[in-house]
Design a protein around this ligand. Structure first.
Ligand code: PGA
Length: 243
């Protein structure tokens, strides 16, 4: 599983119950060399897990920073996500950082609770356009990765998603991705024990057309796919491209 290419979809706040079964049916077979999955809104996690084949992972897009049950109206904790069949959870997506003000302390707690509940966290990092223009992209990503510290990682999945590439139709260039993924790999090594499994996904305007080239870049172990995961045919094409 850890030598394969990972293709994870992120529906964001999209979808309806009626889409779930169609998506699962249309995703098609996952090639041998690929791990594929989709993170859906919480109300659809259980239904999606029920209809997805075993070869596809079902995930959530966020988890509470509180792990105990109790008086936290509106929150969903890691144990609940695991209970309804989630296998992975996106943590620190730039939209969470931007609209919900999630900071390093929140993300550190979320990573810890996901791990404790047996969910695989997928940590998102990435700079804004202004930060890249200021030449600060490495510093920003390095700082974001520091939430990995002080945890025992056997398996780490990080998604590099430059904020300016998300939903813009303008993926980062091969050179930008190559440089950043090599950098991220080096940084992750400083937080994990020897032999830990590391997957670094690229995200930001990945589609069926650009996926084959993006997935060939060194240290690109897969993709986190937003818009193109909403249609099962385009998502299935990306899964096939990874195979
Ligand atoms: P996009 O989103 O593929 O629509 O650019 C990626 C993401 O935000 O995970």
């Amino acid at each position: 599983m850890w030598q394969k290419k990972w293709i994870l979809g992120n529906w964001k706040m999209n979808g309806r119950a009626a889409m779930v079964a169609d998506f699962a049916a249309a995703c098609g077979a996952v090639p041998d060399g690929v791990v594929a999955g989709v993170a859906v809104p919480v109300p659809y996690v259980q239904a999606m897990r029920a209809v997805l084949p075993d070869s596809l992972l079902c995930g959530a897009q966020d988890v509470s920073r509180f792990d105990v049950d109790g008086a936290f109206t509106g929150e969903v904790n890691a144990a609940m996500l695991a209970d309804v069949g989630a296998q992975f959870v996106i943590v620190g997506h730039s939209e969470r950082r931007q609209y919900f003000g999630e900071d390093a302390a929140d993300l550190s707690a979320k990573l810890q609770h996901a791990q404790a509940a047996g969910l695989l966290p997928v940590l998102c990092v990435g700079e804004t356009a202004a930060e890249r223009e200021a030449g600060r992209e490495m510093a920003v990503v390095s700082e974001q990765l520091s939430v990995l510290k002080d945890k025992n990682w056997d398996n780490v999945v990080v998604a590099y998603e430059p904020v300016w590439a998300i939903g813009s139709g303008r993926a980062a260039t091969v050179a930008q991705i190559e440089q950043m993924h090599a950098f991220i790999y080096g940084e992750i090594l400083s937080y994990v024990a020897q032999g830990a499994n590391i997957r670094i996904l690229y995200g930001g305007s990945v589609n069926a057309d650009n996926a084959p080239a993006l997935l060939k870049i060194a240290h690109v172990d897969g993709a986190l796919v937003g818009g193109a995961s909403l249609r099962a045919d385009s998502f299935a094409a990306i899964i096939r491209a990874a195979g």
